[in-house]
Design a protein around this ligand. Sequence first.
Ligand code: SAH
Ligand code: SF4
Ligand code: F3S
Length: 475
Amino acid sequence: MENKMYDQVPTTEPQRQFYYMEKAKSYVEALAQQLGRRPTFCVTTFGCQMNARDSEKLTGILEKIGYEEADSEEADFVIYNTCTVRENANNKVWGRLGYLNTYKKHHPNMKIALCGCMMQEPEVIEKLQKSYRFVDLIFGTHNIYKFAELIVATFEQKGMVVDIWKDTDKIVEDLPVDRKYTFKSGVNIMFGCNNFCSYCIVPYVRGRERSRKPKDIIREIEHLVSDGVVEVMLLGQNVNSYGKNLEEPVTFAELLEEIEKIEGLERIRFMTSHPKDLSDELIEVMGKSKKICKHLHLPLQSGSSRILKEMNRHYDKEQYLILVDKIRKAVPDIALTTDIIVGFPGETEEDFLETMDVVKRVQYDSAFTFIYSKRTGTPAAAKEEQVPEDVVKDRFDRLLKEVQGCAAKKAEALTGKTEAVLVEEVNEQDSNLVTGRLSNNFVVHFPGAAELIGKIVNVKLKECKGFYFYGEAVE
Ligand code: SAH
Ligand code: SF4
Ligand code: F3S
């Protein structure tokens, strides 16, 4: 009777994946017998927090089926969760695959899997199929929930297993996840992106925007909180457009208000906010919230209205600056951070000076600066007026100097204050110190021990070191 049930592969999710997890478990057990020890795995994550969260899902499944985490890539199963947002993210993966190939020659039984955004590019798959035959499994961003099923395929099939979907409208809930931190967690609230900024490959590799239902998100957070989580980071490429396409539409601000009510949850962060969709309603909710952190990441990309138009960002310099004023008025002590691209095709010195002007006026607490990278298939890649490398480099250095100077000034201004800090880890360099984050995302190191991890402690910021502080716990 039992066997018969076992033979029926469920067609609904997540039941189907739990069936495959059981099956995978028996293969892993057999492998353990053969090796005389538990087989090990190593998941390496490239890219953004979205990928980091996906890797926790992969790890959850690997642990469930009996693999043990290794602390290096000398493992029985190596998984690269890739990113392709800029060319150098890609290059890192190609480089490291070379090393893995050499390692696998001496360890023929090891498995190698590649997944994530880079795998959604047809040219990448072609290259892998042609010249990287030692890879055992390739899958993409849309079918990551099928990991258990795909692992079973690698045990049952000879040769490379490749499963890439072009897009999906599916969201599979309730699969195992293994969190990297006990006290904080990323929570996907939406997947994909509909914005098609002209330089960006994300919409092509992550598919169309789809939101999770509020009740699924709330249930997940309640569950996390009962498991010791005090801080959540709500994840989406454009959280401000959350809920627009749900059967019963909900705004991001409404979702935040619901999350705020969850007892035991102390801090709420979110990422990323597109300026074009940041509503007055959201600003109001941020202003009165007790739990939303005093930090907003608001990608500028460029300060030139002309370039912003070319980038398809749907806001101009003036609108961005007005938005910043509104936010600062509602939440006076908020930290603002941003992303900026230098060297977008056709960017002139004048355009660049507009970017510098916004940076000087906004006074960001920190900024990620990127050199424009041409991504195949995006509209910007077809533009002919690429900016010469030396010009880009010069602008990049000037911008970096400006944002670093400003960040240091911002940090300096906090020196001497006492702030609530969520302790994250024992300091890597000095085990007498612990490291934590303020609500505004600045980092502080102060004397303390591992028992403090996950706790919120008041810390006096005694010494500013540019981008971080040394402090002391106070009662
Ligand atoms: N959805 C987020 C960003 C995701 S990608 C948002 O809209 O803010 C993270 C950052 O990478 C972007 O903000 C952008 O600054 C940068 N980026 C994206 N594509 C790029 C490219 N082709 N070259 C250089 N930087 C890029
Ligand atoms: Fe890329 Fe723009 Fe979507 Fe962000 S909003 S992921 S930059 S297309
Ligand atoms: Fe990279 Fe994909 Fe994130 S391309 S930045 S890992 S969404």
